[in-house]
Each structure stands twice: as C-alpha cells, then as structure tokens.
Design a binder for this molecule. Structure first.
Ligand code: PLP
Length: 396
C-alpha cells in the first residue's frame, strides 16, 4: 500500500497540467517579451492563461500578478497594503492567530517597522468571529488579512461576511486562499476581496507558481526589481510552462469542485468517525465548516513524529501539526491557538485527502492508525501514568 494523504502540503500534478506544460518546455520556448514570432507565441499563451484565471476568480486579467507561489503573494499583498496605509499614517493591521507563517512572519517584520498588529482569536473551532473583527477595526486600520481556509485544521472562515465589513469600513481586505482555491467556490467580486493569494501546487498544478489578485487601483510594491514584467510589479521572465500548468489545473479543479466535494466529504467523515473511535482522541477544527479533504486529530499520550514515522512504514504519507526545527520540537501554533495544551498539540495527525483516495484506503488508514497509536501508548510512561490515575486525561 502507498497512500498519499498529505495534499495540504502539496498535490500530485494532474495529467491536464502536465499536458498543458509540455509544449512550453519543448518547442514554444520563447520569451514573451521578445518581439519575434517565437516570443509572441509565448506571449499569446500567457495572455490566454491570465484571462482564464481571471475569469475563474471573477476579476479582470489586469488584476492578476504571477508570483513564485503562495508565500510570495502573501508577502507582496501585505507589504503593499502596509505601504498604502503608511502613507496615510494608518499603521494598524488585523489578522488571526492561525495564519500561515508567510502571513505571520511578514506581520512580524511590519511590527518591527512600527505597525501595530491585532490577531483575532480563532476560538476552539478555528473560526474567527465577524463581530470581533468589527470591534477590532480602528480609524488607523490599514489592512485585514484573514486566510480563507486553514492549512492545518481545515476550518473555513466567513470570508464574504468579513469582506462586506471591510468594504463598508473602507479597509483593505487580503485573504490567503491557498488552501481554498480549486477546493471551494470563490468569487473575489461577490466576496468583496481586495487581495487574494493562491498557489498552483495545492490544486494539482506545478510548484513554484502562484497568483496575487489585486483589485484594480490598489498600488502594489514590487519585491523583485528588474524588467517591466507584470506591469513592473514583479520582474523576471515569466515561468510560462508553470503558468500554463497552473491555468489548466485550476480550470480542471474548478470544473470538478462539486463532484470532488461530493466524493471527499463522505471519505473525510468516515475517516474522522473511525479515528474518533480511538479512545482519548479529539478532532481539531470545526466539524462542519471545514475543507472537504481535511482531517486533523490529536491523540492523548502520543508524540506526533513517532506516529508519522510508523505510519510511513505502513505506506501512509501524513503530516503532523508540529514542525521539527533543528532538533527542537515546536508544537503547531495553530493547535496552540485553538487552545490545545502543548502535550496534546504534540500528538497531532493531519490527513489531507484528494479525489484519488478511496474508501479502502480510508479503512486501511483507520486500521493502521489505531494499531500504531496503541503500540506507541503501550510504550509511553505518560500513558501508563494516565491509566493508573497518577495523571488525569486532558482528552476525555
Ligand atoms: C502552502 C501554503 C502557503 C505557501 O504557498 P507556497 O506556494 O508553498 O509558497 C501559504 N499559505 C497557505 C495557507 C498554504 O497552505
């Protein structure tokens, strides 16, 4: 068995994406800035891909900037909004405690430059409350940046609601929609989104390519200086093969979004149900308002890294919330933010499904996870203490 259940980390490229890329790696290799016909062929493809992506998002092609991925788009969106704010002496930004590090680390940088950052609570279900956003808004708020859906716990934010509040208050609204694009229906106009980040490799496109959507009239700062590509806001020869692959993958994902959702939700719920049968296990993220393919649980008395390694040995590719940095194990900031204590956050398991997963795979995952959790608990002194009543369970 080899089961890939780490689609929130990255996805397998679709055949449509690969097919769309190949001609641009073979014979159509021109530089779109060149005036000759080989270059102009690439320029035509670039134009068509931009139009296609804009149509899918509900904006105009002029509002699409190609970036190297989600991280770059997040950085550029936030730094641009901060620059606009700074000019008007507005140096307050609202975000949430569960954002991706591409957002949180950019905010940290701005804080050092004198910005004030308010991080909204995501509560136990991983969802921010629009009334709390409303209360946090100030005269000097330059930007609200709230992710569309969380990459660890899958919780989906009330984006249209937040967009409406921001538009009414005249505050710029950015959303990191990297986990949502291609998986949920999104329309930037209907949802009053001013800036949006997406990344192709999260919806079966290639890695290293993404988009920053910026509503018309929002001046962007460029992170990379050089040529006049992307209206001077992102220098460097466009990655045509990747852009073509991204457009094809996006078209396919969006066309299949309903079909995939209908397939994934029962698989997801079967997996959640099966894992919650394991004693002293808790679901992370909202039960209903979550990405169709996201499962995230914590097991008491378990260390996430050992769990992952043993599951990998059984042919299951999964992920833990915690990031292992240079030997020290930091539990996930997201799990801590939704109130999981350190020792519980360490015992997390994220399984993120795609349309390629099957019901048999789900059964296998449940079965193997149950065995591995039992095996690890039997070796754990903490678990023995819990069982002997010398410690009390955090997860009932
Ligand atoms: C993956 C991810 C990113 C980073 O995207 P890259 O293209 O890998 O830079 C940012 N935000 C979220 C929510 C993500 O899941």
């Amino acid at each position: 068995m080899n089961i890939y259940a780490d689609n929130a980390a990255t996805t397998k490229m679709s055949q449509a994406a690969i097919d769309a890329m190949l001609p641009y790696m073979n014979h159509i290799y021109g530089n779109p800035s060149s005036l000759h016909s080989t270059g102009q062929q690439a320029a035509g493809a670039l134009y068509a891909a931009r139009e296609e992506i804009a149509k899918i998002l509900g904006c105009s092609a002029k509002e699409i900037i190609f970036t190297s991925g989600g991280s770059e788009a997040d950085n550029q969106a936030i730094l641009s909004a901060a620059a606009i704010g700074a000019k008007k002496n507005k140096k307050h930004i609202i975000s949430s405690t569960i954002e991706h590090h591409a957002v949180l680390h950019t905010l940290k940088k701005l804080k050092k430059q004198g910005f004030e950052i308010t991080l909204l609570d995501a509560h136990e279900n991983g969802i921010v409350r629009p009334d709390e956003l409303f209360d946090a808004l100030r005269e000097d708020t330059a930007l609200v940046t709230i992710m569309y859906a969380n990459n660890e716990i899958g919780s989906i934010q009330p984006i249209a609601n937040i967009g409406q509040i921001c538009r009414e208050k005249g505050v710029l609204f950015h959303t990191d929609a990297v986990q949502a694009v291609g998986h949920l229906k999104i329309n930037v106009a209907e949802e009053n989104i001013d800036l949006l980040s997406l990344s192709a490799h999260k919806f079966h496109g290639p890695k290293g390519i993404g988009v920053l959507y910026a509503r018309k009239g929002i001046p962007l700062v460029s992170l990379i200086e050089g040529g006049a590509q992307e209206k001077g806001k992102r220098a460097g020869t466009e990655n045509i093969p990747a852009i073509m692959g991204m457009a094809a993958a996006l078209r396919e994902s969006v066309d299949q979004v309903e079909e995939n959702t209908e397939k994934l939700i029962p698989l997801r719920d079967k997996l959640i149900h099966g894992l919650l049968q394991i004693p002293h296990t808790i679901l992370n993220g909202d039960r209903q308002l979550r990405l169709p393919g996201n499962v995230n649980v914590c097991f008491e008395g378990i260390e996430g890294e050992s769990l992952l390694l043993l599951l990998d040995a059984k042919g299951i590719c999964a992920s833990s919330g915690s990031a292992c940095t240079s030997g020290s194990l930091d539990p996930s900031h997201v799990l801590l933010a939704i109130g999981r204590p350190h020792e519980i956050a360490h015992g997390s398991l994220r399984l993120s499904l795609s349309k390629e997963n099957t019901a048999e795979e789900i059964e296998y995952i449940i079965h193997e996870t149950r065995n591995v959790v039992e095996y690890l608990r039997n070796m754990s002194p903490i678990w023995r203490d819990l069982q002997e009543g010398k410690r009390s369970y955090v997860i009932q």
